[in-house]
Ligand binder design. Structure first.
Ligand SMILES: CC(C)(COP(=O)(O)OP(=O)(O)OC[C@H]1O[C@@H](n2cnc3c(N)ncnc32)[C@H](O)[C@@H]1OP(=O)(O)O)[C@@H](O)C(=O)NCCC(=O)NCCS
Length: 271
């Protein structure tokens, strides 16, 4: 499988989610009867499109397949009147995206660690049962929109409904949402994210909740370095770097979102 060759952490569920979100926006390049490359795009209203899963078989690189897949995705978005395109690039991907007019926005770092049991009593401001989550879902989607820069309720609703995804929402004493976090399986490690919070205290409380869900088990988190509080909660000394990612944008970045409230992204393939 292509993604195994690249050592990616995604599971079939991650591909299925993207296909369900944008069935016409998922592309496979075929050569000589073989699948040799993939790319997906997801439109977030008309605000921007998101590119993910850009992968070309190692034997077939530097032959223009990545470029062709990207051009295909960009054209698909343009046909839907979506002119801004965003993505989170690996170092190899960045070289390709630069040739297609993408520019750097900010850095992310994939850091790794293990979950741990947290002794402190359960935080009453954090709701995580399925029934409590369904009661706050509409408000959660509203809360997330300005942070992400576009309505991604389809993604959030789908993630929360997936039985393998564990989610928690921080709610203040007035019932207002102050942040949320999710933990899901990956092929080699759990993945923590999306992780959004109004401030470091809420961010830390959610982080501790997430770690306590996976005691002793390995995870990745893609930390948003545009938010110094995120870097402080997941310091590199304790959570070593696995790889850097660069958030990039092509076209006018009219809806940048609020990166100061982003602690961890939902995944490079989704934003
Ligand atoms: C990144 C990747 C998709 C590129 O696919 P590709 O089919 O080799 O890309 P192309 O042949 O279309 O490259 C077009 C141009 O991008 C640049 N480029 C692509 N890969 C490059 C690399 N490894 N180093 C330097 N420049 C590179 C070059 O300018 C290249 O043009 P050239 O070959 O005429 O010099 C492929 O290397 C890959 O699958 N890598 C592993 C997975 C990954 O990191 N994906 C990106 C996720 S964000």
């Amino acid at each position: 499988m292509l993604k195994d060759i690249a050592g990616w952490n995604q599971l079939p569920a991650d591909w299925e989610r993207l296909i369900a979100l944008e069935p016409e926006g998922c592309f496979v390049a075929r050569y000589d009867g073989r699948d040799v490359g993939t790319a997906t795009v997801t439109a977030y209203q008309k605000r921007f499109g998101w590119v993910g899963m850009v992968l070309v078989h190692p034997d077939m690189r530097r032959k223009g397949i990545g470029t062709m897949l990207l051009r295909h995705g960009i054209r698909y978005l343009e046909r839907k009147d979506v002119t801004a395109v965003k993505l989170d690039a690996t170092a190899a991907g960045k070289q390709l995206y630069l040739t297609l007019g993408f520019a750097d926005e900010y850095l992310l770092e994939r850091r790794q660690g293990r979950g741990e049991t947290v002794d402190s009593p359960a935080d009453p401001s954090i709701v995580s049962t399925r029934s409590a989550l369904s009661g706050v879902l509409d408000r959660l989607c509203e809360y997330d929109g300005p942070v992400f820069g576009a309505d991604r309720s389809r993604v959030l609703r789908r993630l929360i409904a997936e039985p393998e995804v564990q989610s928690a929402v921080a709610v203040d004493s007035y019932g207002a949402i102050r942040g949320y976090i999710m933990v899901r399986y990956g092929s080699s490690r759990h993945y923590i994210g999306p992780w959004v919070a109004d401030n470091a205290d809420v961010g830390r409380a959610l982080w501790r909740w997430a770690l306590s869900r996976i005691p002793g088990e390995p995870f990745f988190v893609d930390v948003c370095l545009a938010n110094p509080d995120a870097d402080g909660i997941v310091p590199r000394e304790f959570f070593p770097l696995q790889r850097q990612l660069i958030r990039m944008v092509r076209g006018e970045n009219r809806y940048p979102g609020e990166s100061r409230r982003v602690f961890g992204i939902a995944g490079p393939e989704m934003g």
